[in-house]
Design a protein around this ligand. Sequence first.
Ligand SMILES: NC(=O)c1ccc[n+]([C@@H]2O[C@H](COP(=O)([O-])OP(=O)(O)OC[C@H]3O[C@@H](n4cnc5c(N)ncnc54)[C@H](O)[C@@H]3O)[C@@H](O)[C@H]2O)c1
Length: 353
Amino acid sequence: MAIRIGLYGCNMYRTRELLEGAQMLSADQFEVVACYDIDRAKADFAAERFGGQAYYAEEPFLKHDMDVVIISLPPYLHPEAFLHTAQAGKDVYLEKPVCVDLAGRELVLKAARDYPVKCYVGLSYRFIHPFLKVAEIVRRPDAGKLLGVHAHWLAPGPLLGPAPDPAKLGWRQRLEQSGGQLVFHCCHLLDWFRWIGGEMSSVTATSYTPPEAALPHEEVELNAGFTYEQGGLANFTLSQHSHQAYLYGSVETENYGMLWGWRPYSFVKVYRSRPRAADETFEWAGTDGVEDNTGAGRNALQMKDFIDAYLEGRPMPCNLQDGIASFDMACAIRESYREGRRVSVPPLVDLPA
Ligand SMILES: NC(=O)c1ccc[n+]([C@@H]2O[C@H](COP(=O)([O-])OP(=O)(O)OC[C@H]3O[C@@H](n4cnc5c(N)ncnc54)[C@H](O)[C@@H]3O)[C@@H](O)[C@H]2O)c1
C-alpha cells in the first residue's frame, strides 16, 4: 500500500526536503495526491513536481480523498490547520513547532481530543547522526544511569540596531508567528533531551538580550538547567552572538563519557577506560546519502520512521505529546528567567494514542 499524501503548504524548503527524504528510502510507499497553498504558483509548482491536484483553498483540498496531510506552514498557523485537517478526518504529519503560544496549545490539544486522528510531529534531531548515535550509546545495557547532558548552541550574531518595520519581517523574526528561536528552532534539542533521558521535572534559567538587539523578544544569551525526573541534569546554552553556527556538548552516564559536535565537524567520541583517548570515535563528513552531515539523510530517516509506523499501524513514534512537551519546556525556561526562580516543567499531556 502507498500512503496518499496531501500537502498543506507547498513551500520548496521544508516540504521539498521531506518529500525528497521520503523518495530516498520509501519511494514506493507514498504518493502525493493533492497540493494546497494560498500562493497559487507554489501549489501549481508542487503539483507539477510531486504530482497530485493543485488547490488554492482549504475546503476543497480537505475534501480530497487522501490518508495523510503534511502541514508545513509558518508555525502560528499550525493549530488551526491541524484542527481543520483532523475535523476532516485526515491523519497528519505536523511540522514543528506545533504551536507558538498558549492559545495555540489549547487549540491543538482540544482538536486532538475531539478528533483523534494519527499525528506525527516533525521534531528532527532524533535523526541527525551525532544525536542519534548518543541516544544509541546511552541505551546500551552497560551505559548505566544518565547523569548529565550538556548542549551548547552557538548561532551567528543577532540583528542589531533600530527595530525594523514589522511588516518587513518574515515569520521567523516575529515572536507571535514563530515563538522565537527558542520555540521554533531549539524545540528539536529540547525534544532530544527528553528522548535520551525521559521527562523533566524542573528548570532554572537565565537570559540576557543586549539593549541594542533589534528583536527585543529574542533570548540572545540563554542558560537553562533542567532536572530529569529520574535525577540526571541537562544543561542548555544558547549563544546567539557567537559569529558561528555550531552545536557541541557532552553526555555522562555512570560508565561512559561522551563528547559530541554537529556541523561542520560532526562526531561522537566515547570514553570508558582511557580518559585521554576515546575508546570509540564516530565521524560524519559526507554531503549526501543517508550517512550525510547536512540534512538529506536525516529527512530520509525521519520520513521512513513515519511511513513505516503508519503502514504497520504502530503508534506514531514522535507525536503531539512530544510536540507539546518541547513547547512546554521552552515556556518553563521563559517563566524561570523572568521570575528568577526554579519552575516546574508540566507533566506530559494525556492524549488518545
Ligand atoms: N523539522 C525541520 O527540521 C524543519 C526545517 C525547516 C522548517 N521546518 C518547519 O516547516 C515549516 C515551514 O517552514 P518553511 O521555512 O518551509 O516556511 P515557508 O515560509 O518557506 O513556507 C510556508 C508556506 O506556507 C504557505 N502558506 C502560508 N500561509 C498559508 C495558509 N494560510 N494556507 C496555505 N498555505 C499557506 C506559504 O505560501 C509558503 O509556501 C515551519 O513550521 C518550520 O518550523 C522544520
